[in-house]
Design a protein around this ligand. Sequence first.
Ligand code: CTP
Length: 404
Amino acid sequence: MTERPRVILGVAGGIAAYKAAELVRRLTETGHDVRVVPTEGALRFVGEATWAALSGHPVATDVWAGAHEVPHVRLGREADLVVVAPATADLLARAAHGLADDLLTNVLLTARCPVLLAPAMHTEMWEHPATRANVATLRGRGTVVLDPAVGRLTGADTGRGRLPDPADLADLARLLLARPAALPRDLAGRRVLVTAGGTREPLDPVRFIGNRSSGRQGYALALVAAARGAEVTVVAANVALPDPSGATVLPVTSAAELRDVTLAAAADEDAVVMAAAVADFRPALAESVKIKKSGGAPAPVELVATADVLSDLLAARRPGQVVVGFAAETGDAEADWLEHGRRKLARKGADLLVVNPVGDGLAFEVPDNGGVVLAADGGEVEVPTGPKTALAATVWDLVAARLR
Ligand code: CTP
């Protein structure tokens, strides 16, 4: 058995500490060796027993316990990844200034692996110039500092300050373990639009023609873009997943609706990624009442073509805008899946085309994806099968290079 990746989960003293318990569970269940290092404040919210039971390890809480093993150095040195969730304003300040006044800050100073900080605090604290400066310092050193999510805070108030969803934090942690440099801040100040999911074309009020796209790849693209600093909008066609942290989601149903919403939003975007599976045809007529089975043999369904959104985007694109298409392909007698992708890029004219082989349980409704990203300039980047966030990171690497 290969060694399990070693993750140190630092937990600072904020109410969101209880959500870190779910993060521990998600990481241990996906084969990570998790050591929890709570601060003294964190232990006032969630006790040592919870962390020990969920991680399956004793919990190191102070630099003096087991001093013969020098835990303040060993833990950080041996880690493959350090995550701090929640990272409070106080923790960010201590980390930015290199303080070493408790075990967690010692770990942060000794770790040479990627560090992911997930802040959670009240909006005023996040917006305070002192916190802004600390975050800028940490980001400048290559520490990944996420923006907190917007929503309900501890009291009756709402605003920016919530801990990003633990499932998203687990996905980003796995991404950093697979690709330590996957989350640079290179999309800061950029606006990106991602379409996700699969459209549904109504036959009557109850039935539709749809496809198997779950929206996972589009949501992974949105999550990674937000973590890289972009302002992200997602046009989501029938996606049954929680909104990706940091993105604004615009729900749509049909191809026509997706086209209208996407084209309207695209005018202000630096990049548009068409990850949605958009129907090429729709029933010519959507019955306004339910089609009944009585009445003998069903009438054949007449189909008409839908508009090609990618082509419309390319026709309307503003100078410098990067447009990315997706193509799920199978091989046939004429050509293999990749060759079909190359022909599609030549035909459609996007800047980048992500080609995935599909069929046999590949790509749809599963967490992993792989393929080849083809560029209009002839470049081809192979992405081995892995988390959808890893494919997303490659797409954003190529987009960011074209935006520069
Ligand atoms: N697409 C689109 N509008 C459509 C159909 C597809 O914008 N009506 C986009 C998809 O989001 C994807 C790209 O075009 O980014 C390629 O989709 P695909 O269905 O593979 O392309 P088609 O040109 O429809 O080719 P095929 O004949 O293989 O279906």
